[in-house]
Design a protein around this ligand. Structure first.
Ligand code: HEC
Length: 105
C-alpha cells in the first residue's frame, strides 16, 4: 500500500469510530449511567431524582449552556451530582450532554 492510501484508510477509520458513537450509543450510556437520577426522559421524575431534586432538562436547557453542563458533568456539582470526568473521555461527556439536552427540546 502506498503511503497515501494508508493515510486515507486511517482517516476513514477515525471517522467510522466517531460515527460509531452516534446518538444511539449515548442514549444507552445515558440510560445506564444518568437516568437513575435524571430519568430516561430527562425530567428527573425518578424516585432518586425526586429525592435529590434533580431539575427538568426542559427548564435547565434555558438557563445553562452546553459548556456549563459539560463542566458540571465532568467536575460534578453539590454533593449529589458526581463528576464523571474519571469515567468518561471528554468527547463522551460532550455526547452525553448533547443527548441529555436533546431530551429538553
Ligand atoms: C446520583 C444521581 C445523579 C446521577 C447518577 C447523575 N446526576 Fe446529573 N445531577 C444530579 C443532581 C442532583 C443535579 C443538580 C445539581 C445542582 O444543581 O445542585 C445534577 C445536575 C446535572 C447537570 C446540570 C444541569 C442540571 O440539571 O442542573 C448535568 C448536565 C448533569 N447532571 C448531567 C449528568 C450526566 C451526563 C449524568 C450521567 C453520566 C448524570 N448527570 C448522572 C444527580 C445525578
Amino acid at each position: 500500500m502506498s503511503k497515501k492510501k494508508i493515510v486515507i484508510a486511517v482517516a476513514f477509520c477515525l471517522s467510522c469510530t466517531a460515527a460509531g458513537w452516534a446518538q444511539g450509543d449515548f442514549k444507552a450510556l445515558f440510560n445506564d449511567k444518568c437516568a437513575i437520577c435524571h430519568g430516561e426522559d430527562g425530567q428527573g421524575k425518578t424516585a432518586k431524582g425526586k429525592k435529590l431534586k434533580v431539575k427538568d432538562i426542559h427548564a435547565t436547557i434555558k438557563t445553562e449552556s452546553e459548556a456549563e453542563m459539560v463542566k458540571i458533568a465532568t467536575d460534578g456539582k453539590g454533593k449529589d451530582m458526581d463528576g464523571f470526568g474519571k469515567d468518561f473521555k471528554p468527547d463522551q461527556i460532550k455526547g452525553l450532554v448533547e443527548y441529555y439536552r436533546s431530551l429538553g427540546k
